[in-house]
Write a protein that binds this ligand. Structure first.
Ligand SMILES: N[C@@H](CCC(=O)N[C@@H](CS)C(=O)NCC(=O)O)C(=O)O
Length: 217
């Protein structure tokens, strides 16, 4: 079975886990923290970033986008990439934007309120939280709100890599107890409700909550 190196609450590991779940591809998670010197992990991820990956055939590599593109090549069922060329490009753009711009904003709040206090014994920096809430999140949410339509998902008719990448960031906000103001962001509010209701997201959340519980106790 393939091995995913990382920890479930890491947003990029979460993204890779959700892709496996969406495509019904079994995998084993080997709990690995970013920067681990574990030799096998470093073989997959020389930079020490998670997720790293080892395929059934023993090939190793890293990066959530690479892992998911690989999964798509091995199993085309429940495709995460739109068939239509124009939609395909749009979906890849959303993935890139979510992995960089959106992740920067949501990850900052997630670090301040959850990851820092639990794993690094950092105290929450309230001035930084204020800046994230008043500047960083509104900036990315303004763009996301403007790109959502009456369609259920971001691109085309189906759930795609765009939703997987954006959803992985929105899950961080849920952990960070950020409530999306429906009057300010009506489309994001409904979109988030749809994402959170997905069985694969519910299962992921329960894996992450167990991880946090074990870390705290
Ligand atoms: N582009 C990479 C980003 C991976 C990444 O930045 N992972 C974080 C954890 S969520 C990490 O390992 N950070 C440690 C570091 O930057 O050294 C991906 O999509 O997998």
């Amino acid at each position: 079975m393939s091995i995913l190196y990382g920890v479930s609450p890491s947003p990029f590991v979460r993204k890779a886990m959700l892709a496996h779940a969406h495509k019904n591809i079994p995998f084993e998670i080997k709990n690995t923290i970013p920067g681990s010197e574990d030799e096998e992990f470093r073989q997959a991820s020389p930079t020490g970033k998670v997720p790293g990956y080892k395929t059934d055939a023993g090939t190793t590599f890293a990066d959530s986008s690479v892992i998911i593109a690989y999964l798509e090549r091995t199993a085309s069922e429940n495709s995460l990439y739109p068939e239509n060329n124009e939609d395909y490009a749009q979906a890849l753009w959303f993935e890139e934007w979510a992995d960089t711009e959106l992740m920067q904003a949501t990850g900052a709040l997630y670090f301040q309120r959850v990851v820092g206090p639990i794993f690094f014994k950092h105290e929450t920096d309230l001035a930084r939280v204020d800046e994230i809430l008043t500047t960083l999140i509104p900036k990315v949410f303004t763009l996301l709100e403007s790109r959502l339509t009456e369609q259920a998902w971001l691109v085309g008719d189906d759930f795609s890599i765009a939703d997987l990448a954006v959803g992985s960031c929105l899950i961080s906000l849920l952990h960070a107890e950020y409530s999306i103001e429906q009057s300010n962001w009506p489309k994001i509010f409904s979109y988030n409700e749809r994402l959170l209701a997905l069985p694969i997201v519910q299962a992921q959340l329960s894996a992450e909550k167990s991880f946090f519980k074990a870390a705290i106790s």
